[in-house]
Design a protein around this ligand. Structure first.
Ligand code: SF4
Length: 307
């Protein structure tokens, strides 16, 4: 007992025995109860734990594969948000609202907006008109070039002809935001000093700009392209035959079916029912190609004057 540690231990032994007697065994079944509580907590955690977010196309979770609503795209210089087709409005067989190629769409937009390949157009333009709508659209409308309104607002087809195009699109059962609209030439053709109005783009100007549209088409992968008017048809396809010979039959760009039809501006100049019907018949062919349901009412548009 000379060791102070042994002495201390000896002194505490009675107390330790009392404590030992005072400790009651765990009630029968409590271990199992604790285990089931822990299992329940773990199960709850598994349920409430958020699903992993996949940022790439591979290994995507069910949630991440759902078509995500893309951020609204601002048309450059206008502050106008052009929202792509929302998931709620998508028909069953429709496509996602994001272009293929990942971030290439936005980098392409940045490159096009900064393009200076045509110095004479760069010095006269207000802004480059990239295009507007759903970058994963199944239907692409192609016009020739921005006019004064488009140059100012940064969006294609916003003048009177654009409003008529919007009506055609809606008669087909789409909204402007469902489809994509672009021009072959992305800068407004310059006008001689002191002259107002718009001029036709030259073939060389369209040829210089066409690769931008080509890349847009490669990313959008539309199922059908509609070329609006003779100039757009020439710029896109190199076809210079009269429009009356080209419209109403299928041509092709990069393997994609192209329907040629009259420019809406032509319909503003020539408001006869027969010309409107021709454009409408072209659009019916487009709807058929897209396998859209066409109502009897739609089929009958422009067959007789509205009552
Ligand atoms: S017209 Fe096309 S190629 Fe020419 S500067 Fe504009 S964006 Fe570039």
């Amino acid at each position: 007992m000379s060791d102070p540690f042994q002495k201390a231990l000896h002194a505490t032994l009675p107390m330790l025995k009392k404590i030992q007697h005072g400790i009651k065994p765990a009630p029968k079944g409590s271990t199992a109860a604790l285990k089931s509580l822990r299992d329940a907590a773990l199960a709850k955690r598994r349920i409430t734990k958020p699903a992993p977010q996949s940022t790439s196309g591979t290994g995507a979770t069910t949630e991440s594969r759902l078509p995500a609503k893309p951020a609204p795209q601002n048309t450059p210089g206008t502050g106008v948000a052009t929202e792509s087709r929302s998931a709620a409005k998508l028909p069953p067989a429709s496509r996602p609202s994001a272009p293929s190629g990942g971030g290439r769409w936005e980098s392409l937009r940045a490159e096009v907006l900064a393009c200076v390949k045509c110095p004479h157009l760069v010095s006269s333009r207000t802004q480059v008109v990239f295009g507007v709508g759903n970058p994963a659209a199944e239907l692409l409308f192609v016009g020739e070039a921005p006019g004064a309104d488009e140059d100012e607002l940064g969006e294609p087809f916003v003048g009177m002809a654009g409003q008529l195009l919007t009506k055609i699109i809606q008669a087909m059962g789409f909204e402007r935001s469902d489809i994509f609209i672009a021009n072959v030439l992305k800068c407004r053709p310059d006008m001689p000093p002191g002259k107002s109005g718009n001029r036709k783009p030259k073939p060389a100007e369209m040829a210089t700009c066409l690769p931008w549209l080509g890349e847009q088409i490669a990313l959008i992968k539309p199922r059908v392209i509609v070329a609006l008017g003779a100039t757009a048809t020439e710029g896109l396809l190199g076809e210079t035959s009269p429009l009356r010979d080209l419209r109403g039959r299928w041509l092709e760009f990069q393997g994609i079916p192209v329907m040629v039809t009259y420019h809406p501006a032509y319909l503003l100049r020539n408001q006869s029912l027969s010309e409107k019907r021709k454009v409408w018949e072209d659009m019916l062919l487009v709807l058929e190609k897209l396998e859209k349901k066409i109502t009897a009412k739609q089929r009958a548009f422009f067959t007789k004057p509205a009552a």
